[in-house]
Design a protein around this ligand. Structure first.
Ligand code: ZN
Length: 274
């Protein structure tokens, strides 16, 4: 039996299931961690969702997702800050130690300006995050999302921002789907950990060919990402957090989710044995 003690699954991965069913099924196959997407928590509310998760012996790893700070209009940027505070409150009610940020980008302005607004936005919610004991976690996204989803596209940019903000209430999420192509990835993983900013590690695979820019992620081992190499870089830093399976996939959402869950556990076990 493979060691599943660091296996976490994002609820979006089994999107057709409601939260209670995800929790029950994850627990049944031995998954230990769960990252909760807001839409899956809202049916029962954050507090009850957290109680159900812990009642089934799982740990809440993160709450997803805040961010989307940049906008050309200052009133809209203020709204985003309010929204992020609300998400931090929900994360605290859920019992999540971190809120993952999809930082946002505004196509009407430069990426540099968007990054400045992201940093301003994060700094505006830091006291609130500290008060609620919820870390806000910058997740760099693949540059194909630089139009509207994130102006932070490399681990270097995320590291630089986390170092500039310099607070234990800010961290960085390393997602292999977004970062596998980066020639400086090994160095930046080391830097992320050395700076005390390495908070989360997300895994899946890049399908070849990829048929959808958002909803065609693969199971570990199905695509072109050299996962064994990235896993080694991460483990060599001493990172001891969860390995979070985050797969958006129309193909997998169409199948029986129990069969899909078995596939996740199998591919995770093989990923871990490499
Ligand atoms: Zn991710």
């Amino acid at each position: 039996m493979a060691d599943l003690s660091k296996l976490c699954i994002h609820t979006i991965t089994t999107k057709p299931w409601k939260l209670a069913e995800s929790v029950e099924q994850y627990a049944r196959v031995g998954v230990k961690g769960i990252s909760v997407w807001q839409d899956s928590a809202m049916e029962l509310g954050a507090k009850e969702s957290g109680d159900i998760i812990r009642g089934n012996g799982l740990e809440v790893v993160s709450y997803v997702r805040g961010g989307f700070f940049p906008n050309v209009k200052s009133a809209e940027r203020e709204k985003a800050i309010d929204h992020n505070k609300q998400m931090i409150e929900e994360a605290a009610e859920l019992g999540a130690p971190m809120l993952v940020l999809v930082c946002g980008a505004e196509p009407a302005q430069t990426l540099e300006e968007s990054r400045k607004q992201i940093q301003d936005g994060i700094e505006s919610v830091l006291d609130f995050a500290e008060k609620h004991k919820v870390q806000v976690t910058i997740e760099p996204l693949h540059p194909m999302y630089a139009d509207t989803r994130s102006a932070i596209n490399t681990l270097q940019q995320a590291n630089e921002m986390a170092e500039a903000i310099d607070s234990k209430w800010v961290g960085v999420a390393v997602d292999v789907y977004h970062l596998w192509w980066d020639p400086d990835l090994e160095n930046q993983i080391k830097r992320c950990h050395a700076g005390g900013n390495f908070s989360a590690f997300h895994i899946c695979d890049w399908n070849v060919p990829t048929t959808d820019m958002l909803l065609d992620r693969g199971l570990m081992g199905e695509g072109c990402i050299k996962l064994d190499r990235i896993k080694k870089w991460v483990m060599d830093t001493g990172f001891d957090g969860f390995h979070e399976v985050e797969i958006f996939s129309n193909k997998f959402w169409e199948m029986d989710q129990k069969i899909f869950l078995d596939k996740i556990v199998k591919s995770y076990s093989e990923y871990w044995e490499d």
